[in-house]
Design a protein around this ligand. Sequence first.
Ligand code: ZN
Length: 591
Amino acid sequence: MRNPFYRLILIISFLINFCFSSGGSDGITAAEIIDHIRYLSSDRLKGRVPGTPGSKKAIRYIEKEWKASGVIPAGEKGYQQSFEFTSGISLSGYNRFKINETRKTFRVKQNFMPLGFSGTGLFNASVVFAGYGFGAEDSVAWNDYDDIDVAGKWVLIFRGSPDGSQPHSPFADHMPLRKKYMTARDHNAAGVLFVNPYDDNDLEELLPLRFRPSASAGTIPAIHISQEIAQQLLPQNTTLKDLQEKLDNNRSSISFDLNVSISATIGLRTKKSRGTNLLGFVPGDGSSDEIIIVGAHLDHLGYGGKGSGSLQPDKNAIHNGADDNASGIAGLIELAEKLANNPKPLKKDVLFVAFDAEEKGLLGSKHFVNNSVINLENVAAMLNMDMIGRLKDSSLTVGGTGTSPLFEPLLDSLQNVHKLKISYSKEGFGPSDHSSFYIKDIPVLFFFTGTHEDYHKPSDDWEKINPAGEQKILELIYDVAAYIGARDEKPVFTTAGPGERPQGRRRFNVTFGIIPSYSSDEPGLTIDGVRPDGPADAAGVQAGDIIIAIDGKDVQDIYDYMHCLEELKKGQEAAVIVKRGGDTLKLIVSP
Ligand SMILES: [Zn+2]
């Protein structure tokens, strides 16, 4: 416990609460489960986006249920632990673009638009044309920077590739705007001007501002400009269209100085939102300092939309998230009720946590583990419920079973009792909040009835929930908690599976063996954890270090880090600059 009196205060308030609580039905019932899910996934809650009135309704509902069961508030304010996070980006102040020689100025949103990752401020420099802005030769691409010095200059480059912009183009690896931006920055360009190629109808005329979680503001500006502006930057007798045709036909670089200069002012503001975790406490009999955490996330995707994680992003229909994760919250309510009304308490305390902003990158659980009201060393295990409402053929998946030798034998013995068929997945990492605990060396179990065709779609509705199935799962989880809670010893923690989250479809030749933070706002790449005996560990990299450069290249955020990783070859040593406390260290990593 951080505060020695914290537990005492909680217990006294528990006893007071207990004497006055009405009792009610303290078992786990299918009828109550479906009632909770129906309310939490109703249209009234509008998809439970953090900080919105719909989310507040969900929060009030959980608080009311916990209170009625005698669950003790254990947050910073009642049950609540709130936190701030970056949730969007907008233009700010005066955004301006001017060709110095002709004194022509252009209008933001009409003729030009900064990109979400652009640097901000006033930038004044001459301009160089650099083709498609490719930086590496391979079987399809070439190096547009080979024959020209772009240091201190804007580079004007085409979006996409000679094959257009479809994601299956052989140029796909070279096309991302962010990739082209970092290549220009690696060549010390002062800024990047992107222009659309002709005849590519898939491209927006001007890119809207897009927010990417965990992206830092870049050091140099990145601006999307209209073809009309780009044409005005070119020498007379040269048309943008001709340049593109030459590039597409010759498939080699065309780079030259344009002998014009541009001054541009870019202003962007990040939008901050508040998330709220809920913490409810049920004390043990006082014979143990240890705590079991039972968690589930309360947020979902709202109306979907771009960047929400929706698989039907343009539908603009409420994503109710009945299975994901009203089902898990129903579990938190029912388990807490049963435990708080159990006349014989466990040895260990149990802390129930409803996490916010899971869908935005496990933000609530990360905040919880980094600003915990309890001493994490006392946490015996974390049990996470995310999508437990669609049990089919009694088949349940449990993740994290390799994180303690206790788990598989325990679940083996319980699955027959509860008539469930459990498939195990040993990895401690997974796509939900238990990952935040696993990287703190806490044994985790992740209960999950599997993905389905309504996953992250507006059709994830309560009618498709199997409440009797969920009841069986909750009774199993109750028994798991009761078993761990009745033991004198803490479950032994063991590492299980890769130490890094799978990086989507990206291909890397090498790995550092670190767990990057996806939520830090610090410039650089904050490391949440280091895989034992991995390359980073061998080089002396520690959790909490912030990587700021690799092989002389700036690392501002996770995208820069992945860019550097792509460039590294197996067996090639990399000089990694990290910040640790007030120090800057250079470490040699052999990936
Ligand atoms: Zn979920």
